[in-house]
Design a protein around this ligand. Structure first.
Ligand SMILES: Nc1ncnc2c1ncn2[C@@H]1O[C@H](COP(=O)(O)OP(=O)(O)OP(=O)(O)O)[C@@H](O)[C@H]1O
Length: 227
């Protein structure tokens, strides 16, 4: 699914150059779950952004199903983001004036899906994250865990092959963390998604089938046979 070869990402700030990722090699198979951990500033979010085509590497290639994302035009990269990759972030960024279903529908607008079909698919996606009874609630009328589940429904409604999550439970207390994690886990299993998640939660990392630790732009991957 993904093959990363000698991927580096450098940022310039004034005279200073920051090596956010330093010559990384990584493969991620279709249907894999990879959990990413590491100290702050190590390069985790940078990796996720490159996997999702939100940014390009300075050098190296990121091949997703035969296409090198590093070489795509901005228009083609936008298409990959809209069709193939779902993102979930720490802050769920829902539009406060739109209800749950309308927020989910926003992911289908760029794909040209007709309004009736959008409503149907958004309702289905909300159903699949356990929010079938909350379609017309505004974000302010939902708990933090429920709002994050709306954001997850928005990420999966386009039926992406890849789901990328950057500290999806970072803003939640313990109960809601479990609720959001079990939704993500079951979507991963049921839909055969390729799932990459950055988390500081070591309990989640212990359960992960594959764990990547990124430190100072370098990556180490270990398999967990018990998971
Ligand atoms: N747009 C940018 N411009 C300049 N430097 C950046 C930019 N984005 C990230 N960096 C730097 O690149 C390095 C890696 O950042 P990144 O956000 O990937 O780390 P992280 O592991 O996700 O950290 P955290 O756990 O704090 O989110 C850091 O030193 C950061 O300051």
């Amino acid at each position: 699914m993904y093959t990363l070869t000698s991927v580096s990402k450098r940022y310039r700030r004034g005279k200073q150059t920051i090596n956010a990722l330093d010559s990384i090699d990584l493969t991620i198979d279709r249907g894999d779950q990879l959990v990413v951990q590491g100290p702050t500033g190590g390069g985790k979010s940078t990796l996720l952004q490159l996997l999702g085509g939100l940014d390009r590497p300075t050098t190296g290639s990121i091949v997703l199903d035969g296409t090198d994302l590093a070489k795509l035009s901005e228009a083609k990269l936008t298409k990959v983001r809209a069709t193939t990759v779902g993102f979930v972030f720490q802050s769920w960024n829902l539009i406060p004036t739109l209800n749950a279903r309308e927020n989910v529908e926003t992911a289908l607008v760029p794909l040209g899906v007709r309004p009736g079909e959008r409503r149907r698919r958004a309702a289905q996606a909300l159903e699949s994250v356990g929010l079938g009874e909350r379609l017309t609630h505004l974000p302010g009328e939902l708990s933090g865990g429920q709002q994050q589940r709306v954001a997850i429904a928005r990420a999966i409604v386009k039926e992406p092959k890849v789901l990328l999550a950057d500290e999806p439970t970072g803003n939640l207390d313990e109960d809601m963390r479990d609720e959001v994690m079990s939704v993500l886990e079951s979507l991963w299993r049921e839909r055969g998604l390729t799932f990459v998640m950055v988390t500081h939660d070591s309990a989640i990392a212990r359960r992960a089938p594959r764990l990547a630790v990124i430190r100072k732009g370098r990556i180490k991957v270990s398999e967990n046979a018990a998971a």
